[in-house]
Design a protein around this ligand. Sequence first.
Ligand SMILES: Cc1cc2nc3c(=O)[nH]c(=O)nc-3n(C[C@H](O)[C@H](O)[C@H](O)COP(=O)(O)O)c2cc1C
Ligand code: SF4
Ligand code: SF4
Length: 413
Amino acid sequence: MVKKDLSVEFLGVHFENPFCLSSSPVGNCYEMCAKCYDAGWGGIVFKTIGPADFLIDEVSPRFDALTKEGTPFVGFKNMEQIAEHSLEENLADLRKLKENYPDKVLIASIMGPTEKDWEELARLVTEAGADMIEMNLSCPQMTSHAMGSDVGTNPELCKKFCQAVKRGSSLPMMAKMTPNITDMVPVAQACLEGGADGIAAINTIKSICNVDLNRKIGLPIINGKSSVSGYSGKAVKPVALRFVQQLRDGIPGVPISGIGGIETWEDAAEFLLLGATTLQITTAVMQYGYRIVEDLKNGLEHYMEEQGVDSLMDLVGAANGNMIPAENLDRDYVVYPEFDNDKCIGCGRCYISCFDGAHQAITWDDEKRRPSCDHDKCVGCHLCVLVCPVRAIGKGEIVMKPGRKGSPEEKAV
Ligand SMILES: Cc1cc2nc3c(=O)[nH]c(=O)nc-3n(C[C@H](O)[C@H](O)[C@H](O)COP(=O)(O)O)c2cc1C
Ligand code: SF4
Ligand code: SF4
């Protein structure tokens, strides 16, 4: 296969590929970051650095996970705050990373309670050699209310903090958004007005993953209690994609670093198509290690080849125009399901789902153990398509609803 150029330009910085560690324990110290660079990642957002006098005191245990049918975790909950290492140690690590990996992108994530802290941190990480700054306005489990996701819901405060960072540094800067908000656009807009050059989205979603049924305490249990805290991993991808799309809708052309549930090259491509230029990952690395970057890069190269695309930048935002308001969708036709009897294994799941969860439109041949569709009852919802374990159901005949204009042949389904 032809080698494809995976490099991207983001906020004036050249990345050899769009894949970055997002700020978290996966990029917590020099040794981890060095290993990640060696593995082939395009950049690192170092674990969020706070002011020298802000002491971090973590709980144990600090994680929980949502599991399903043997999948180790679909979603991941953490109660961790920002870097536990001292400010000096973190700055020393940044310095050493830049010294030993001058061509790799190093992004410093910072967070402070006051404008003075933000300005000072921005100055310090710039002096330490960072290429870019990410403002963490969005950690949902900080014990100080002057920091974290509460700040990220307040546009005025975000703007002030962005201005403070800009006073402390002339580096390109992105503001990392909280998803714990209905509309992210006003906050992102305020950050851009305050001097942010781009937006990173999303941080983790406030959550309770599980409750211990006997002890009646949420998980993880910390001396008989638990807390609401951030959710990440595959399960949050739909929420993250929604925010990326809405940011590009509300602020056309805004540069975005996409984060949230990226595990595979397909996930990565989806974020690119909806408008992200760089891609940040934590939970998948916590599960599978830095080596996932090989599959991510290979997969993306194959996809580019298949799509006839030479520059990854050509994919950025290519799907934005195809997301429209629900009221503008074409509601004039129905697509019936088509059953492939050769692929069908006779499990009956489509029949049960349609009968108990849709429109009772599937009839079941007990002898042959095969389904068939009654078009008089079927509404074309495609629940059956989604539940079939062997993809034996596809898109079939398209019919216009009674009295609607147009012809089925014109429909792009
Ligand atoms: C254990 C853990 C610690 C995290 N710490 C930070 C942090 O210090 N700063 C930050 O901006 N985001 C932090 N995050 C959020 C991630 O950077 C990322 O935004 C989020 O996990 C969604 O991406 P993912 O689904 O790839 O994990 C943390 C996430 C996890 C799971
Ligand atoms: S498309 Fe919906 S209504 Fe039609 S057969 Fe499938 S599940 Fe039933
Ligand atoms: S769900 Fe799929 S495999 Fe199972 S009976 Fe229906 S068509 Fe056949």
